[in-house]
Write a protein that binds this ligand. Structure first.
Ligand code: MN
Length: 232
């Protein structure tokens, strides 16, 4: 092994509810506008031609239960509650019938977003990195194996801020199914174990401020929780 000039970046991992081992995280893919009611509230509509994506770096991962500072460079930081798919097998050019074979499990996730910086990008037709690839912005709970969760159906997906309900929908409201997303994405990437897919948020997104506690739930999964402290 070569001597490293400085310590390598931290390996990001997630707990698994039924296992002592942890899940090493590779890439984080995120689906845009996957619930019609959310697309409408963002001033757009769902494009049924194909799903589309943005990414967050693995170093943006934040453990559920953490307390993190309100991020710099925004005055409109938003929550987005999402189902997270954790892959456990490679997938490349798979059809929808085989796509779920690649899924190890599912988790609750928050796609935290600088909405003002995302809007800057939309207005200027520039990338969303400052809006989406925010430090500590991929908040993800413990993974539940697919065998324990069962099939994706009308499980409730919901989010509260300071115990007040803000988002409340069902996984059947997703425009693109998990199998369709994996099949499509596998046409562009050699997907592999450790890759996470955040599958989009229902309607009801909104801002948070320092001091807020955000809690997201999906029936059958371990919840996700974030506490925002004062800015640093
Ligand atoms: Mn999102």
């Amino acid at each position: 092994m070569q001597n490293l000039m400085f310590p390598a970046p931290k390996l990001q991992v997630l707990p698994i509810v039924t296992e002592a081992v942890v899940y090493p995280v590779n890439r984080i893919f995120c689906v845009g506008r996957n619930y019609a009611a959310h697309a409408a509230e963002m001033g757009g509509e769902v494009d049924r031609e194909a799903p589309w994506y943005f990414t967050k770096s693995a170093q943006a991962l934040c453990q559920s239960g953490a307390t993190v500072p309100y991020p710099p460079g925004t005055s409109n930081y938003h929550y987005e509650m999402e189902l997270v798919v954790a892959l456990g097998q490679p997938a490349f050019r798979v059809d929808t019938g085989r796509a779920l074979d690649a899924v190890y499990g599912y988790a609750c996730g928050l796609d935290m977003t600088r909405r003002d910086r995302q809007q800057d990008g939309k207005d200027a037709r520039r990338p969303w990195s400052l809006g989406k690839d925010v430090e500590n912005s991929a908040v993800i709970g413990a993974i539940t194996p697919r065998a324990h969760f069962g099939s994706i159906d009308a499980q409730r997906i919901a989010l509260t801020v300071n115990n007040e309900i803000k988002q409340d929908a069902h996984l059947t409201d997703m425009v693109w199914s998990v199998a369709e997303i994996i099949s499509h994405l596998s046409g562009y990437y050699h997907l592999q174990a450790g890759d996470l897919i955040m599958t989009g948020t229902p309607a009801g997104v909104g801002p948070v401020v320092a001091g807020d506690v955000i809690n997201g739930t999906i029936t059958g999964l371990s919840d996700v929780r974030l506490h925002l402290s004062d800015a640093e």
